[in-house]
Design a protein around this ligand. Structure first.
Ligand code: PLP
Length: 365
């Protein structure tokens, strides 16, 4: 099947660019002696997670939520780190069940209340593996650096829990455009997390993982000696938000695009396409980019001002674009855009090779 025959709008994954991204990041982190722990929140697709694991050099897969971890486990993935605290008693009971069903489940914790509940779910024979979530001065989740050691010690005091390590994820730095600024802040904060890790490791031999980092900070993350693995997610798909950032490391390829169709065309240099806010997540300052034969066409401009189902496209008047034509765009922010679709089509050139379900779509609990 030719990709132009697909019903639009449709998410396309370029098989070659995707593979190149996996190799680029895998080789990059391993050249610094690190592992990858890719984040499945980006693609929500077990097939992609399995490809990441197959390419090797992975310490496991990350999930943002318990329901994502459950879906990954149901697809046969056995080594999962849940990167947000799971706190509700009913969810912690589900976590206990999941822990019995896969060989390696890990979860982060940032409060004594949560840790006490986790301790009731683990057993001495089947303990729960927990990492201290440390806040890199972002204020989203995690304990402040100064409180992390005593929280780690608290985890280690329960026979039903194993203190596996420390997580420090600086999400607020990932899209800082200047590489020098991003790398400087990343080094400062990740070194603080490294000190916590170092102290805990001295006292508790089970504390062996220092995990964090993302696509944007990865070139600085790899230089942190204590960091064992990098949780990058977007690198495998990419989006216009990340392409606008000065990377400072490998240049990843836009493997994910949205195929969209022109549905109305009456004004000169303007068209209405079938992808609005329900198909492309709104990211102010990083609109989707039209791409043709691998080249970004800066002369095209997309706007969300036509609302839910319709996208507003501006282009030079000499461009021939008719009602019914299709075009491809790099999406604004890959994670929430993927979450709007049930499946993606794997393509090579013009040919559709496969269709992968976005099984974790809507797994937000
Ligand atoms: C905890 C955590 N780790 C890793 C990532 C992956 O980051 P990126 O997509 O920038 O590589 C995210 C993304 O939001 C995250 O929340």
């Amino acid at each position: 099947m030719n990709k132009r025959e697909l019903d639009t709008p449709a998410l396309l994954l370029d098989a070659d660019l995707f593979e190149r991204n996996l190799l680029l990041m895998g080789d990059f982190v391993s050249s610094y002696g690190k592992k990858l722990r890719p984040h499945a929140k980006t693609h929500k697709c077990p097939q992609i997670a399995k490809k990441q694991l197959e390419k090797g050099n992975c310490a496991g897969i990350c999930a943002a939520k318990l329901s994502e971890a459950e879906a990954l486990a149901a697809s046969g993935i056995n080594d999962i780190l849940i990167t947000s605290p799971v706190t509700a008693p009913m969810k912690i009971a589900r976590l206990g069940k999941l822990n019995k069903s896969i060989s390696s489940l890990k979860v982060v914790a940032d409060s004594p209340e949560q840790i006490r509940l986790l301790a009731r779910q683990g057993t001495a024979e089947n303990p729960l593996h927990v990492l201290v979530d440390v806040d890199p001065e972002m204020g989203r989740t995690g304990v402040p650096f100064g409180e992390a050691f005593s929280l780690g010690r608290f985890i280690a005091s329960f026979p039903s829990l194993i203190l596996d390590g420390v997580q420090c994820y600086a999400g607020h730095l990932q899209h800082i455009v200047s590489f020098a600024q991003r790398a400087g802040e990343c080094t400062r904060l990740m070194k603080k997390g490294a000190e916590v890790f170092h102290e805990l490791k001295k006292e508790f031999p089970s504390c062996r993982i220092y995990t964090g980092g993302g696509t944007g900070t990865s070139p600085a993350d790899v230089l942190i000696e204590e960091l064992t693995d990098i949780q990058a997610g977007s690198y495998c798909l990419m989006d216009s938000e990340y392409l606008a950032v000065e990377h400072g490391g490998p240049a990843f390829f836009p493997a994910l695009t949205l195929l969209s169709g022109v549905i109305s065309r009456h004004r000169k240099g303007e068209a209405t396409i079938d992808a609005g806010t329900k198909e492309i997540y709104v990211t102010p300052g990083a609109p989707p980019k039209v791409i043709r034969r691998g080249k970004i066409c800066e002369e095209y401009r997309y706007s969300w001002d036509f609302g839910d189902e319709h996208g507003h496209l501006f282009f030079p008047e000499n461009v021939v674009l008719r009602s019914g034509d299709t075009l491809e765009m790099i999406v604004s922010h890959c994670d929430p855009t993927v979450n709007l679709f049930d499946r993606l089509y794997v393509v090579k050139g013009e040919e559709v090779l496969d269709c992968w379900e976005i099984t974790l779509r809507g797994c937000c609990r």
